[in-house]
Design a protein around this ligand. Sequence first.
Ligand SMILES: NC(=O)c1ccc[n+]([C@@H]2O[C@H](COP(=O)([O-])OP(=O)(O)OC[C@H]3O[C@@H](n4cnc5c(N)ncnc54)[C@H](OP(=O)(O)O)[C@@H]3O)[C@@H](O)[C@H]2O)c1
Length: 297
Amino acid sequence: MYMISRRGFIQLSAAASIAGCMPLNGAQNRLPTRLIPGTNEALPIIGLGNSSVFRENNLDPTRRLIDILMEHGGAYVDCGGSSRFSVARVVGERNAMDDTFLGMYFDLDNEVAARKIITELRDIQGATSLDLIQTRMIQGIATHGDILRRWKDDGLTRYIGIARSGKQFYAPMMKLMEARSIDFIQVNYSMLEPEAEERLLPLAMDKGIAIVINRPFINGEYFSVVRGHELPAWADEFDCASWAQFSLKFILSHPAVNCVLTETSNPTHAVDNLGAGFGRLPDEKTRQRMRTHLLNL
Ligand SMILES: NC(=O)c1ccc[n+]([C@@H]2O[C@H](COP(=O)([O-])OP(=O)(O)OC[C@H]3O[C@@H](n4cnc5c(N)ncnc54)[C@H](OP(=O)(O)O)[C@@H]3O)[C@@H](O)[C@H]2O)c1
């Protein structure tokens, strides 16, 4: 599909694109990328969340969403449970293991069973190792963390991480970040759930940990706040065309953020969401204006 692989492309282009959100020269239809800290590999800045359509037996909706993502130069797909298999199958069919970046969820309480699934998923994708294995089991991480590191050392995955949402998880997440024992943190952050910006996001920048953001629309609740309201005219100043993009551009304008995950089952919404990765981002003054505007709707 591509002249060079996404991974090769993003490595070449990452340094040039990290500062902003403008597409690169010659790549106007491709999402900008940001470097995974400590590496020369970069991620396109918008990904797909673990959509309910990935779980259906019929693979067509999964194909449609992944094709839309890739057509826009996106790579990250978050997937857990049976979704891992649908997503891996589509990536395998498309021969797109180098052009995608799959963040897969695993429980750590049965290592033998998990290793078997990892091997199956690698084979389905045609990959030598998974991209990112992440766990939601943060409470047990002190006892289970060694498993993640062993999987990485054994070459089963290139990166390991913790993925949760909720401020009750920030303190244990920050402990892991201080110890630099993981590569990725996935956490909630948006104008209506801003708490991660107090300590967690600055710490990520300080320690060089990749940050992926979940719940950009608070699982849809954000749209009940903005529904019935016109987008302010000044949203044009940062190339924002929809309320979805209003939230995503706010998130992407935080310098700690590598990638934001957007969950949808609707291809039109997927295109809207990916559109937030193009054009200008709000500056600090505009971010404050956005926040005030949203809280006063
Ligand atoms: N590890 C964890 O503990 C954890 C926790 C939460 C989330 N996550 C990850 O983060 C991802 C996103 O978070 P989330 O589940 O809270 O979902 P979200 O992306 O905040 O919101 C999804 C909702 O927004 C709607 N939507 C999406 N794009 C839209 C658009 N352009 N216009 C109008 N409506 C739109 C969707 O409906 P339609 O389907 O109709 O578009 C859906 O109802 C998840 O899929 C998952 O991968 C991880």
